[in-house]
Design a protein around this ligand. Structure first.
Ligand code: SF4
Ligand code: SF4
Length: 60
């Protein structure tokens, strides 16, 4: 499961391109995240240029 801070996201699409499970879709003004499909691979966390993505379990 990924935590997405919507106010940080600038809709660059980087996370969409790297997600191996197709969890993320970028629309014109928002990002859709399907956490049911997330495998916690953390690819989106690493690629996000503004740190909008995080995996809560990994921080604990
Ligand atoms: S952690 Fe991996 S599977 Fe989950 S949303 Fe990010 S890129 Fe996709
Ligand atoms: S990589 Fe970060 S800034 Fe870019 S669309 Fe994904 S969450 Fe938003």
């Amino acid at each position: 499961m990924v935590d997405l801070e919507y106010d940080k996201c600038m809709l660059c699409g980087g996370c969409v391109a790297v997600c191996p499970a197709d969890c993320i879709t970028v629309y014109e003004a928002w990002l859709d995240l399907d956490n049911n499909k997330c495998t916690n691979c953390s690819a989106c966390v690493k690629v996000c240029p503004v740190g909008a993505m995080s995996i809560p379990e990994a921080k604990a």
